[in-house]
Ligand binder design. Structure first.
Ligand code: UD1
Length: 420
């Protein structure tokens, strides 16, 4: 299995091209189930999760071909031949549940394995199922699978959820696009990836208003058609490299990064002593003088993203003064804290909050993480650590970061991938 080896202490300088957002690409690929026509997606990142979704779609009958622009364009097309999403694929990636809404809307039936828990928390899918039930689906759970049917087809419904869910908003947006009548969705998630999905669905013929507002209105249409869509740049990849520049020192140009999609992160970074400014073609990130301990709480968009909590925590380890970081989205998303402590950080976790004492002098160590963002937070810490940091279980990183070691070494970091 591969490992990433980092020898810290070098400042970063140069530019990194930000790829299309993984969390936009996955639902957009699931949207390929909504039509037999070709859906062409541009700016697709080369990631393990994209391959998993392509494998899942292929066994539903949808061919996914990488074409053009160094394989960054995906062409999806074909008729649905199988409405079952098997455990062997779904267990690898929770976002597989996103095929449920489209399959049910198109075929009036679907059998999808429950994704189960994951390292960062229980992560149930009850909101996805309740929403579909409100739209007329009959749902039962059997042998670890969701069995869903809608013999009369899905009907529009007024859906209000008790809290915001990104995945449930996406699943229901796709299902409602082909339902009969109007669906309203209150307390909808507002992430840029959801706006990107809505934009693509509209290009496919869907009727959606209220995009980005928290209240979506969808007028169902009988069929959708093919479209060409360019995926929005990844705000989490942008934020991750911003934290890398901040901890290592130096200046990075993040080509394609968009400030409007990361306002909460940029203002938190600015409070911490890191400047993020718009520059021709992207964003420029520079650490000013020292880093200052800065409190921040994770929240649904437009708040500070939970997917940036681990990377920001690494930064806070070396900042002057303490930082309090409450995690409000996932119940168990601090596994990186104990690994960072092994590198010399001083983090205490109390329930859903972490207190980072700061002023740590990090030292390299062998570390491993149990999820994607935690893994990259250890890479970031390694950039500032004395000596050698070895990050194990690199498959987590490969799910969501394209060649992180190549990107950082091209900007001056001493980092390499080592295969056993
Ligand atoms: C998506 C992102 C993930 C990000 C998360 C929160 C993708 C592929 N993944 O995950 O990177 O960390 O948003 O920004 O886009 N919940 C329920 N019942 C449900 C659904 C969710 O209780 O039916 C809970 C979850 O356990 C969690 C919270 O709601 O505590 C938010 O989860 P959700 O927004 O649904 O996250 P995902 O869509 O899984």
């Amino acid at each position: 299995m591969d490992r990433i080896v980092i020898r810290g202490g070098r400042p970063l300088s140069g530019e990194i091209a930000i790829r299309g957002a993984k969390n936009a690409a996955l639902p957009l690929m699931a949207a390929g189930l909504l039509t037999d026509d070709r859906l062409v997606l541009g700016n697709v990142p080369k990631l393990a999760d994209i391959e998993t979704m392509a494998t899942l779609l292929a066994q539903h009958g949808i061919a996914v071909d990488r074409v053009g622009n160094e394989g960054r364009v995906l062409s999806l097309g074909g008729a649905i031949t199988n409405t079952e999403a098997p455990y062997d694929i779904v267990r690898k990636m929770r976002a597989s549940i996103l095929v449920l809404g489209p399959l049910l809307a198109r075929c009036r039936e679907a059998r999808v394995s429950l994704p189960g828990g994951c390292a960062i928390g229980a992560r149930p899918v009850d909101l996805h199922l309740k929403g579909l039930e409100q739209m007329g689906a009959e749902i039962s759970l059997e042998g670890g699978y969701v069995n869903a049917t809608a013999p009369q087809g899905l009907q529009g419904a007024d859906i209000v959820f008790p809290f915001v869910s990104v995945g449930a908003t996406e699943n229901l947006l796709m299902a409602a696009s082909l339902a009969q009548g109007r669906t309203t969705r209150a307390n909808a998630a507002r992430e840029p990836e959801i706006c990107d999905l809505a934009k693509c669905l509209i290009a496919m013929g869907a009727k959606i208003t209220g995009i980005g507002s928290g209240r979506l209105v969808i007028e169902g249409v009988p069929t959708l058609h093919g479209a060409d869509h360019e995926i929005v740049p990844d705000r989490i990849e942008t934020g991750t490299y911003a934290c890398a520049a901040a901890i290592a020192g130096g200046t990075l140009l993040l080509r394609g990064g968009r400030l409007e999609h990361m306002a909460a992160l940029a203002s938190t970074l600015s409070e911490a002593g890191v400047e993020v400014t718009e520059a021709p073609g992207g964003l420029r990130v520079a650490r000013l003088n020292g880093l200052h301990g800065t409190d921040v709480q994770t929240e649904p968009y437009p708040g500070f993203p939970t997917d940036m909590q681990a990377q920001f925590m690494s930064l806070m380890c070396v900042a002057e003064g303490a930082a309090m970081i409450p995690e409000t989205i996932f119940e168990n998303r601090f596994m990186h804290a104990s690994e960072l402590n092994r590198m010399g950080a001083r983090i205490n976790v109390h329930g859903s909050s972490a207190i980072v004492r700061g002023d740590a002098s990090l030292q390299g160590a062998p570390v491993m993480a149990t999820d994607l963002r935690a893994s990259v937070s250890l890479v970031i810490a390694g950039l500032a650590a004395r000596g050698e940091t070895v990050v194990n279980r690199v498959y987590h990183l490969d799910r969501g970061y394209e060649a992180v070691e190549r990107q950082l070494s091209a900007c001056g970091a001493d980092i390499e991938r080592v295969s056993d």
